[in-house]
Design a protein around this ligand. Structure first.
Ligand SMILES: [Zn+2]
Length: 333
């Protein structure tokens, strides 16, 4: 209901010239868009901010291509002053679907895209356990799950209820820590079979990260591979934080030169001001958050705001972000 009212108000503002006016006032500023993964099946209903339908993403890119917005790289957008209304595309995590489902769209438009990659799962190649488990349980509400494997220290058995999903995921993920990566994947497969929901779609494993060959193929489509920590975490202890970045650089230097790895995205948007000088020590020049707002000449380049686009974002909400109207409204409300 609230959403319908919001869309109706945005429609009125748009046709009263509000979007146009906000766009004029925001010349020289940039909207940095943030995407994540894409759905093979129904993942966009499971987590709309994390997985978008490929055709939805394609329609967004086509809209941008037809618009007067200039899609530029993050490096270009931070060169001030410029006078255009710019848009930057960023994508987090490095899900395999970025190659498997949207490379045709990326090839069609060749827009510059900054892709932040977490390297642990890219190196290991398997399903991201906690996300895959949460998906399986989301599809299995009301069923019981029993994890009983000789390789684990204990048996876990419970009824899957909506409000308990994250608790069950944490419990099973924690239990799986005691076994090797491949064994974790085998137990995940057993759980998916038990619940009757496959993690394969057309022989493609869902919730997998990009491998090195896929990253190299994406680079040819104007994709700039950058940093997102090794294990998708944001330690508050200096050495642990720097180790995360150094391990990430070490892995990604197989597809990029170390000197080019200068851009970073805080995992889950979690960051602390104490981490900013540590990033500079690691030669990082820009860092993106998930705080709302536009990139302006005054923005701290280690705290760049972004708009999280997703399956649940209406086209009018998307346009309101691009022109900067949404930023004005957030300051007013
Ligand atoms: Zn992330």
């Amino acid at each position: 209901m609230f959403k319908a009212i919001k869309i109706a108000i945005l429609l009125v503002i748009k046709y009263a010239g509000g979007f146009w006016l906000a766009k004029q006032l925001n010349k020289g500023n940039t909207c940095v868009l943030c995407y994540h993964g894409f759905s093979y099946k129904d993942e966009s209903s499971f987590r709309p901010k994390l997985f978008m339908k490929p055709e939805h993403f394609a329609s967004r890119m086509q809209w941008l291509a037809n618009s007067s917005y200039k899609v530029v790289s993050l490096q270009e957008a931070t060169k001030h002053p410029h006078k255009e209304n710019c848009v930057v595309l960023t994508m987090d995590d490095g899900w395999a679907a970025t190659y498997e489902l949207i490379s045709e769209t990326l090839a069609k438009h060749q827009f510059p895209l900054m892709l932040y990659i977490t390297s642990y799962y890219a190196a290991k190649q398997g399903a991201v356990i906690n996300v895959a488990l949460a998906y399986l349980f989301w599809k299995s509400i009301g069923k019981s799950v029993k994890v009983n494997d000789d390789r684990l220290d204990s048996t876990i058995e419970c009824l899957i209820e909506k409000h308990k999903i994250s608790q069950i995921v944490d419990e099973i993920s924690c239990a799986l820590q005691s076994v090797a990566f491949q064994e974790r994947q085998e137990i995940l497969c057993q759980i998916s079979e038990q619940l009757g929901h496959s993690l394969l779609h057309n022989n493609q494993l869902m919730f997998r990260s990009l491998n090195l060959d896929e990253m190299l193929a994406l680079k040819k489509l104007n994709v700039d591979i950058q940093l997102h920590t090794h294990r998708h975490c944001s330690p508050q202890e200096e050495q642990a934080f720097k180790n995360e970045i150094m391990e990430n650089i070490q892995f990604l230097s197989q597809v990029m030169t170390k000197e080019d790895l200068q851009h970073f995205c805080y995992p889950s948007g979690e960051y602390y001001l104490t981490q900013l000088p540590w990033l500079s020590d690691c030669n990082v020049r820009t860092a993106t958050t998930v705080q709302s707002g536009m990139l302006t000449p005054q923005t701290d380049l280690l705290q760049i705001p972004r708009f999280l686009d997703g399956a649940d974002v209406h086209q009018l909400e998307f346009e309101a972000e691009l022109c900067g109207l949404a930023s004005y409204l957030r300051k007013l409300l």
